[in-house]
Design a protein around this ligand. Structure first.
Ligand code: KDG
Length: 309
């Protein structure tokens, strides 16, 4: 179960400044949506709670999610869908701009959160992006976490700090109360540093996060892999080597892999390995979620599996 916003993505697929007549490709994104699709593709059951524009883009979002086997619980809203514009300024450097005020996602409210559904979930996954969209979405996430924590549902939080949306100080103030009530936290080293002072050591960052209350913390260090502290035991998961095509969405893919295996009752080693595999699929393909694997495809990048021919 997850709560968040879907965005339309307009990406220029040739390097260079935006100009009249630049070709743009239409896609869909949103950190929580990416996670829901990733879990569903691995055979897990995923529900996405949101507010969606009552127009063609909103219809497209709901149609895609249906096609991906994700249950969407969405209030339709006359406000438009948020947009993300990706300009490839040079071959190796892209620039992102958000258009996400007065949009359906920014109007997500606590009344949109279905108490009965969340209380019956196994895991509630939230990210630091939705609270950054405004006071009303922040209260919606808090309500979801309140319901989940009260019902004994595992709460998973991906810090997902976006400097284009808010300052570090605002993020810290809003996310610490959520982090304290989470069971499982995903963060990059810089994101973990929003909560834990004085160290850049991933093992110490994981420990520092767990001091706030979560039983598990996973620190993702990109190509260097992941460091995890899970129920008091340390784990190290190397990244799966892959040629980088588009690294956006790798963190969501990682969380999806971990959560799908958690839902399947798999042990931490397996959760982390699948997480790393999904991260590699996301990095090695275009788009945030389009290249994520079905379970039968995991072996394509799993070099432990000698049967790949
Ligand atoms: O994690 C990938 C996200 O960055 C992308 O899907 C868009 O939700 C998004 C955001 O706010 O950046």
């Amino acid at each position: 179960m997850t709560v968040g916003e879907a965005l339309g993505v307009l990406s220029a697929f040739r390097p260079g400044p935006l100009a009249l007549g630049t070709d743009l490709r239409l896609g869909l994104a949103g950190a929580e949506l990416n996670v829901a699709v990733g879990v569903s593709r691995l055979g897990g059951s995923a529900t996405w709670i949101s507010r969606v524009s009552d127009d063609a883009l909103g219809d497209l979002i709901l149609r895609e999610l249906r096609a991906e086997g994700v249950t969407a619980v969405a209030v339709r809203d006359a406000a438009p869908t948020s947009l993300l514009l990706k300009e490839q300024r040079t071959a190796g450097h892209s620039r992102t701009r958000y258009y996400r005020t007065h949009t359906a996602g920014a109007r997500l409210s606590p009344e949109d959160i279905p108490e009965d559904l969340i209380a019956r979930a196994t895991v509630l996954h939230v990210t630091g992006i939705t609270p950054a969209l405004g006071d009303s979405p922040a209260r919606a996430v808090t309500r979801a976490v309140d319901i989940a924590a009260g019902a004994g549902v595992t709460v998973s939080l991906d810090i997902n700090f976006r400097s284009l949306l808010w300052s570090e100080a605002d993020a810290r103030a809003a996310l610490l109360p959520l982090l304290r009530r989470s069971d499982l936290v995903f963060a990059g080293p810089h994101e973990a540093g929003l909560a834990v002072d004085g160290t850049q050591d991933p093992d110490k960052l994981a420990e520092g996060i767990c001091h706030f209350g979560p039983a598990s913390a996973v620190i993702k260090t990109g190509a260097e892999g992941a460091y995890a502290l899970i129920d008091g035991r340390q784990y190290r998961q190397p990244a799966i080597p892959v040629q980088v095509h588009d690294s956006v969405g790798a963190g969501d893919a990682f969380a999806a892999g971990y959560l799908a295996e958690l839902l399947a009752g798999e042990p931490p080693e397996r959760r982390l390995r699948t997480a790393a595999l999904l991260g590699a699929f996301a990095v090695g393909t275009a788009g945030d979620w389009e290249g994520l694997p079905r379970r039968s495809e995991l072996r394509l990048l799993d070099h432990h599996d000698d049967n790949v021919r």
